[in-house]
Design a binder for this molecule. Structure first.
Ligand code: ADP
Ligand code: MG
Length: 621
């Protein structure tokens, strides 16, 4: 038998390596921008076409390369940043593996133009699928420009795997922000097709954050600073009242490199502890600086995971630094008589200066169990349907029985006349008694059913009702819009702005009328007709929040996600007191739903405590 093992040709080896380094256009953006940083640039321009699928260009004014270096830079493991294994423990540059350019050149058509400071001419190299196509002298500005065209042109499986332009663009924006935030002394710009998404002047970290996330951040940021022998911490946290439900704005930079670290996240989150509402996340932009000897950035090619030598100490310093800042800014609850008065919520003294006992008036005739019941002349179709379902529920012993009954009847054809006869809207006393509901802790609706007690979660039930109604409206184009008398504007960060642009059509289908104004603002001209009592900006912000959260957790289409998020935001919340009529309507509407038993997120809406169960508890058999 002949020997069969051979070394792979470089182009194949590079293509395999590329799979690890370049997963999508955003990875190429990251690598090129990091190279521009390492080259000592003070200005970096990013130009992207079709979310990076057609073109990614990075132009810097850094040190540039000689002709030989330019050629070498595309070789695998070719780097100017380390020379020996020991250097791995002194890394101050973003790159060091010497893999990025070789990988990118293996899977795209690359054009490089570079000139060193002081050289008369530069060099232009075109390389495609690891093969040099052109190398010649050229006139170009000092610094380097890389154009990456048709990424994955020779790896169709990868190319087909790419997501929609808006998704890929969001990934690019994310990488851009991760490079731009920790380098406020460098000017950046970012063009996508014909729009300039970012134009960032040189300035302070705070100015950079405001330029990226919007003017409102100016008053939301609390500075954090701490210098210890082990770690230097500098940056900002966001005031707790602006905490979000999605884990959107959590940025740690270690020696200016963006990192993910759940242990350190926990340190910050726990410093906020009781200041945050339930299920909210602290937002922060924190730069940590440590001696490169004490970390290992070499564990993953994308380098967002880092191993620390002294993680516990860093945790403790970080936590206390954030706590101190929150405290200094009068935010942590503490017994401090210098606190501003509003924190204590002191009631205002009456005009005559006399403080009296509070008076409570009680209506002795009030009977919480009495229902005002107005008979209607003719029930609507929906009422008939609701009422039928209500009866089935009332008579059913278990969920299963109810469901089976509904299913059985769904398959039988019920003639409309018969349906009306079965459920004439009479004013039967027992019937109205059975429809009596009681609200428990402003959270649950308790209702009598034949075999026990039905407990309904008011918020979950309402979410279900709204969700199905919204979906129906979207599908049948039945939404109506209430035009705003005074249109409001909503300012968004680049990522959210892209998301709203992507969702504009769907938002219109549920009744929003929003129009773009400039680079980061939308004007809300109209809102869904049934949301006129909501603050339109808050509603849209809440909607986006939920939408993003769902994106991370669920695999649904846009319309469904939007209906879910909208239902979530519009639903009556736990803690809201409901009138008898409101409760009855809600229960009726819930049973008119296709899937009354679960919230759109799959949590139960109804629970039944059977008479048997109660009898057992009271020892009555
Ligand atoms: P690494 O960054 O890990 O060294 P790369 O493949 O990204 O590996 O780049 C290889 C080499 O090419 C770098 O070490 C650097 O010397 C040179 N290089 C890449 N991009 C630039 C640039 N924008 N300006 C100057 N030199 C660059
Ligand atoms: Mg590099």
């Amino acid at each position: 038998m002949p020997d069969i093992i051979q070394l792979l040709p470089d182009s194949v080896a590079n293509q395999i390596a590329a799979g690890e380094v370049v997963q999508r256009p955003a990875s190429a953006v990251k690598e090129l921008m990091e190279n521009a940083l390492d080259a000592g640039s003070t200005s970096i321009k990013l130009i992207v076409k079709d979310a990076g699928k057609t073109l990614i260009q990075v132009i810097d004014n850094g040190c540039g390369m000689s002709e030989t270096d330019a050629r070498m830079s595309f070789e695998r493991h070719a780097t100017s940043k380390i020379r020996k294994a020991d250097d791995l423990f002194m890394i101050r540059t973003m790159g060091f593996r010497g893999e990025a350019l070789a990988s990118i050149a293996a899977i795209a058509q690359v054009e490089m133009r570079t000139k060193r400071v002081g050289d008369d001419v530069g060099v232009n190299i075109d390389i495609e699928g690891s093969e040099i196509k052109k190398q010649e002298a050229c006139f170009c500005p000092e610094g380097t420009s890389f154009s990456i065209k048709n990424l994955f042109y020779n790896v169709p499986a990868r190319r087909n795997f790419l997501k929609s332009d808006s998704v890929e663009l969001r990934h690019i924006i994310e990488e851009f922000e991760r490079v731009a935030i920790p380098n406020p002394s460098i000017a950046f710009s970012f063009h996508h097709n014909t729009t300039e998404i970012f134009h960032l002047e040189r300035g302070t970290l705070k100015q950079r954050l405001v330029a990226i996330f919007g003017k409102s951040y100016d008053t939301r940021l609390i500075p954090v600073e701490e210098n210890t022998g082990i770690v230097k911490i500098k940056g900002f946290v966001i005031k707790p009242e602006f905490a979000k439900k999605t884990r959107g704005e959590q940025f740690f930079f270690l020696n200016k490199r963006f990192i993910k670290n759940s242990y350190l996240h926990h340190a910050v989150q726990s410093a906020f502890s009781e200041l945050l509402a339930k299920e909210s996340f602290a937002s922060y932009f924190l730069m940590l600086e440590v001696d490169p000897k004490t970390i290992d950035v070499n564990i993953h090619p994308t380098k967002t995971e880092v191993k620390f030598e002294d993680e516990k100490a860093i945790y403790a310093f970080l936590r206390s630094a954030v706590k101190k800042s929150l405290g200094q800014f009068n935010i942590t609850p503490s017994i401090d008589f210098d606190q501003e008065a509003y924190l204590f919520n002191i009631p205002i003294k009456p005009a005559d200066g006399i403080i009296r006992q509070p008076q409570i008036t009680v209506d002795p005739n009030f009977n919480p169990f009495k229902v005002e019941y107005t008979p209607k002349e003719k029930p609507t179709e929906r009422e008939i349907f609701n009422r039928n379902n209500w009866e089935k529920m009332y008579n059913a012993t278990t969920h299963l029985e109810f469901q089976q009954q509904v299913q059985k009847e769904d398959t039988q054809e019920i003639k409309p006349e018969q349906q009306t006869i079965n459920s004439t809207w009479d004013n039967d006393v027992n019937e109205s008694a059975s429809k009596l509901s009681y609200q428990l802790h402003n959270k649950y609706i308790l209702s009598n059913i034949k075999n026990g007690l039905m407990v309904i979660d008011q918020q979950g039930a309402h979410e279900r009702v709204l969700y199905e109604q919204l979906l129906e409206k979207i599908e049948n184009h039945k939404s109506s819009t209430q035009q705003e008398l005074f249109p409001k504007t909503i300012e968004l960060n680049a990522n959210d702005f892209e998301m709203v642009k992507e969702l504009q059509h769907e938002l219109e289908s549920i009744g929003f009328d929003i129009r773009e104004l400039g680079k980061s603002t939308f004007v809300i001209h109209g809102v869904p007709a049934d949301t006129v009592n909501f603050d339109s900006v808050q509603l849209l912000e809440g909607l986006l929040e939920n939408y993003k959260q769902n994106l991370q957790e669920l695999k649904t289409n846009k319309q469904e996600n939007l209906a879910r998020s909208m239902a979530r935001n519009m639903a009556v919340k736990s803690g809201k007191s409901l009138t008898q009529e409101e409760m009855n309507n809600l229960v009726d509407e819930l049973f008119a739903c296709e899937m009354p038993y679960h919230t759109p997120l799959g949590k139960p809406t109804i629970s039944i405590i059977s008479l048997d169960e109660l009898n057992e508890r009271f020892d009555k058999h």
